[in-house]
Design a protein around this ligand. Structure first.
Ligand code: PMP
Length: 399
């Protein structure tokens, strides 16, 4: 009889597939694996809990035993609430049958990529952009093609930069405003550039508007689908994670045509079945309760104060770092090229010697090589102390 040890040595070993091995896990290791004594400026989520009235609605749903599967596209009461929200906030006219609720917006994005393009088709994605877009495209068998948004004088979309990347395989494009990681809010004229490219080349745009409520100064969010002729060429994706601080509830949605919604419902039904029943009830409360407006206002005021701390540090150390102040989101996209270090090298030294965690910019695309992304969705002291150590690290290690 074999001993346990020899069984382990010679017995069958479960191995990972080649395609899963090809996926970069470093983001998750970085975000989840920070030691306790490290100041983390990596968070991609509000540092606020969901509001009390949302929690009460969820408790009521549980007491009412609203704990069964729901229809795969979500309960109609929630889809009606989303339809109303899209009209009021975004000037978008979608009926409840043109909306699909999903477990978070990430799953909507993945299933749309799967459902709207075939193996080998190309998806145009900004550079820099949230790393999920290119990984999810690859998982769906598509080829991510990046276009550069970084200009000497800031971050901007220009039609020519996108058009240069269009081939006869281009099917989709992903747009994100306000944007992770840059905090850039697309202006009407930038959106018009995108609309022109989509029209001329018959491209469908997935518009990820998850940060729409997190805006500073006088920046305003405009939905791509509200531009003339763009409702037919775009799909609006959004969710309750950021604007309502409901990250863990996992509620997102996509608004498109009835035909696409039906396919999305079936893809969702086969893979994730439906968003959580209790979470859907909580989401209705978040969308319908007028106190949600005050809640997001309170969060944005808090982040606005921390954003100023970051701006002050960057401006007072312009010999070491530069950036375009974020117009929305809770991220700072900091260029370190003046220090002579790239973002990856810097973030490693910063973590090891100064105990601050940031996201190296290369994760967001090639144009991010000299950058790091910091999140100021954490307490004031951590932002202040984190920035102080970033400055110290840059001074002591500059080349
Ligand atoms: N889009 C962007 C740009 C994000 O940064 C995130 C979260 N970090 C999401 C979508 C996903 O949000 P969720 O799945 O929680 O709706």
């Amino acid at each position: 009889m074999l001993s346990k040890d020899s069984e382990n040595k010679s017995g069958p070993k479960i191995v990972l597939s080649k395609r899963s091995m090809a996926i970069d896990d470093s983001v998750f290791k970085l975000a989840l694996g920070l030691p306790k004594d490290v100041i983390s400026l990596t968070a991609g989520e509000p540092d606020f809990p969901s509001s009390d009235f949302v929690n009460i609605a969820a408790k009521k749903a549980m007491d009412d035993n609203f704990t069964h599967y729901t229809s795969s596209n979500g309960i109609s009461e929630l889809r009606r609430a989303i339809s109303k929200k899209l009209k009021i906030d975004n000037k978008l006219d979608y009926g409840e049958d043109e909306i699909v609720v999903s477990p978070g917006s990430s799953s909507s994005i993945f299933l749309l990529l799967f459902g709207l393009a075939d193996r080998g088709d190309e998806v145009i994605i900004p550079d820099p952009a949230w790393f999920h877009y290119s990984i999810l495209s690859e998982l769906a068998g598509l080829k991510p093609v990046r276009f550069n948004m970084f200009k000497e004088d800031g971050i901007r979309i220009e039609a020519a930069d996108i058009e240069e990347k269009v081939t006869n395989k281009t099917k989709l494009m992903i747009l994100n405003t306000p944007a992770n990681p840059t905090g850039h809010v697309l202006t009407r004229s930038e959106l018009e550039e995108v609309a022109g490219v989509a029209e001329r080349n018959n491209i469908t745009v997935i518009s990820d508007e998850i940060y729409e409520k997190i805006l500073y100064d006088d920046h305003r969010h405009i939905s791509l689908g509200s531009l003339n002729g763009m409702k037919e060429r775009s799909i609006t994706v959004n969710g309750l994670s950021k604007g309502y601080a409901m990250m863990g509830w996992r509620v997102g949605y996509a608004a498109s045509t009835i035909e696409i919604s039906e396919k999305l419902t079936s893809l969702l039904g086969y893979t994730m079945v439906c968003a959580g029943s209790v979470a859907q009830k909580a989401a209705i409360e978040a969308l319908e309760n007028p106190r949600s407006k005050d809640y997001v206002k309170k969060m944005v005021e808090t982040w606005s104060r921390r954003r100023k701390i970051v701006i002050n540090y960057v401006e007072n150390n312009s010999d070491l770092m530069t950036f375009t102040a974020p117009e929305g989101t809770f991220y700072g996209w900091i260029n370190l090229s003046k220090s002579g270090m790239d973002g990856n090298e810097f973030s490693k030294v910063l973590l090891k010697e100064y105990k601050v965690g940031v996201m190296p910019g290369y994760l967001f695309g090639e144009s991010g090589k000299d950058f790091v992304r910091i999140s100021f969705a954490t307490d004031d002291n951590s932002v202040d102390e984190g920035m102080k150590r970033i400055e110290k690290c840059l001074r002591e290690h500059r080349k």
